[in-house]
Design a protein around this ligand. Sequence first.
Ligand code: MG
Length: 285
Amino acid sequence: MKLASFETQGRTTYGIVDAAGLYHAVSNAFQQRFADLKAVIAAGELGAVAGAVVAQGLGADQVRLLPVIPNPGKLICVGLNYKSHVAETKRPDSDYPSLFLRFNDSLAAHDDVVLRPAFSERFDWEGELAFVIGKGGRHIAKDKAFEHIAGYACFNDVSVRDWQKHTHQFTPGKNFPGTAPFGPVLVTADEVPDVTVLTLETRVNGNVVQHASLGDLIFDIPTIVAYVSRFTPLSSGDVIATGTPGGVGDRREPPLYMKEGDVAEVEITGLGVLRNRIGTDHSAP
Ligand code: MG
């Protein structure tokens, strides 16, 4: 099942995307019980969504997509999780996953214009797989990790490299508003029996800039879930982005950055294409 959060006719809602690409919102009665996708996941009622949507489908031109989970309690990103990316950053290997956090207002939706701050030229892509926690938990064992995942989506951890590297803490460069497109849909875990066979590709203006197998993660999803849930509880709707492979623009020779009018795409097998145009935020004085 493909799920989406979206606005239509002034209403913020969610529902399913059918095989023809039409959006079916949940009924008003269902939304009164479960206000948003996170609430449905927390209630363990994802399986009820398909039976609770209105029959009439909406075309893509009738909806404005939102990040698939607009309001995660925790938005955790793994850095340096492909050998190809660790190598290009020239950082040493680590025994533990490198983690940083994003604020929810740094999320964006499919089709949103992602704004580069006018005071930075170093605006870079990072195609990634993200997963959403279904059943929460603490101290989750690796062999139980997949029981805690509701689904998967494409993620673009767009980074303002100079602000990322002011110090050894990534936070500023990873948290400019609306710089993390997440979607277009959430594909439920039952449709992804083996994550390791998926392929991730990032394109800028149609040119392939990253291409990798999800089987190449240094810290696989069970390891990430076990490690994170050791120090903090994971809750329904929490989002974890699993890291980006080699091929980021900042490490190219010469470097290549995104600018106004560019189109960034992240595609993962079976999860769709997450597409965003780049703009410029001129609001800074
Ligand atoms: Mg990243």
